[in-house]
Design a protein around this ligand. Structure first.
Ligand code: T4K
Length: 372
């Protein structure tokens, strides 16, 4: 098929010449990090683009998640989904808290609100759901439960850049939302992330914690961390932001083409975006069902032998990883939907520079099996 490897994703990179003047400015003013001018500008521009008020930039989403839990003074147990990238549960562990896994809804791939209440104990203080593949969680049901039981809700919104729900930013739901700007995300700053706060006071606490807990030269009020984004990363974010709408539109075209071409392939199930929301086309997961001629792993290998590097996000399931599988909530019987999904999923390549020819090759590779 092709000799060129097709990765699952590739960062969108503007022309290097567009970035150079920003570098020159950094060299000129010798301000490299610690809330510099590009950092401040990116926070303001992102707030405007995302339709939120309070953005705190971070060096990555994992540190942002860890800091968010600390900022909310979470203790005891945190209810979360096992169907995510490991960073979600790792951030809970880094705070010395106990993750409690709750199964997912097989249609949204997100934590199933109907199963949350049964997992609440006197030690539960927070819920950490994930908007998986940019599909919004059932934010209304989750908020109702949180209000009834006095729990905080911290959304891992690493996949949810630019997603709206019922006409407003999805990032406004919960007590805090955390974005990732990693190289593999739709909007990237090489490495990076952000916490979205609901008010200025919370943003102030987040900003203090990400800067070691420093208030001023003589005052340190909390055991904070170094979560700061550098000027280089922030400057790159400003350049990215100029192109983000075009990059998202290109992804949308690829998503549409996949859907048109794969809808009728027997044994392949496509994932549907929830009503009242927009996708950011960050991932294109397919489910390989029992009536597909190949197993999920055989299809993965077939794609690989054709130089198409799909990924099994999210397999293995976090709850089956060695450091988590002994938790009382990690048993397969407690998480049947998440386990089933992890065994079926493949994320196909999607990124703005994927060519029509490459897309056709991927589609053909998946569809051809039926012709044998
Ligand atoms: N919560 C959720 C729900 C997340 O998905 C993530 C991150 C986080 C929290 C934590 O966010 P950060 O702390 O990272 O900001 C990748 C990413 O490293 C990770 O950020 C992401 N989720 C996860 C879903 O995927 P890997 O181990 O699969 O990445 P890697 O290095 O295998 O890259 C995947 C493909 O991307 C490569 O085959 C080629 C391409 N690529 C990658 C990089 C790094 C490029 O073309 N250029 C690059 O620079 O984890």
């Amino acid at each position: 098929m092709t000799n060129q490897t097709i990765p699952v994703t590739q960062p969108f990179l503007p022309e290097l010449s567009e970035f150079v003047p920003y570098l020159e400015q950094i060299w000129d003013n010798r301000w490299l990090t610690n809330n510099g001018p590009f950092h401040q500008e990116l926070e303001a521009k992102l707030a405007e683009y995302l339709g939120v008020e309070h953005v705190s930039l971070f060096n990555n989403a994992t540190i942002a998640l860890i800091t968010a839990l600390q900022a909310m003074r979470i203790h005891g147990e945190v209810i979360t989904t096992p169907y995510s990238f490991v960073a979600t549960t790792h951030s809970i562990m880094w705070n010395g808290l106990e993750p409690v896994f709750v199964d997912i809804d097989p249609t949204t791939f997100n934590i199933d609100p109907a199963k949350i209440e049964a997992a609440i104990t006197p030690r539960t203080t927070a819920i950490m759901p994930v908007h998986c593949y940019s599909n919004p969680c059932d934010v209304e049901a989750i908020q109702k439960i949180a209000d009834n039981y006095g729990l905080k809700v911290i959304y891992d919104a690493a996949h949810a850049f630019g997603v709206n729900y019922k006409g407003d930013s999805l990032l406004k739901w919960g007590d805090l939302s955390i974005l990732s700007f990693h190289a593999t995300k739709v909007f990237n700053t090489f490495e990076g992330g952000a916490v979205i706060s609901p008010n200025a006071k919370t943003k102030q606490r987040i900003d203090c914690l990400k800067n070691f807990g420093i208030v001023d030269e003589l005052t340190v009020t909390a055991p904070g961390i170094n979560g700061k984004m550098s000027e280089i990363n922030a400057a790159f974010g400003l350049v990215q932001l100029k192109h983000i709408n075009i990059a998202l539109r290109k992804r949308q075209v690829i998503d549409t083409q996949y859907r048109l071409s794969l809808a009728d392939v027997k044994g392949i199930t496509l994932y549907e975006q929830r009503d009242f929301s927009n996708s950011n086309y960050s991932y294109f997961p397919i489910l390989v069902e029992d009536d597909y001629p190949l197993s999920r792993d055989d299809l993965y290998e077939k794609l690989k032998s054709n130089n198409i590097l799909s990924r099994r996000y999210f397999y293995p399931l976090i709850s089956n990883m060695p450091m988590y599988r002994c938790l009382p909530s990690a048993g397969i019987a407690n998480l049947p939907q998440a386990n089933a999904l992890a065994d079926k999923v493949i994320c196909l390549p999607i990124y703005s520079d994927l060519t029509d020819e490459e897309l056709s090759m991927i589609i053909q590779c998946i569809s051809d099996v039926n012709l044998r």
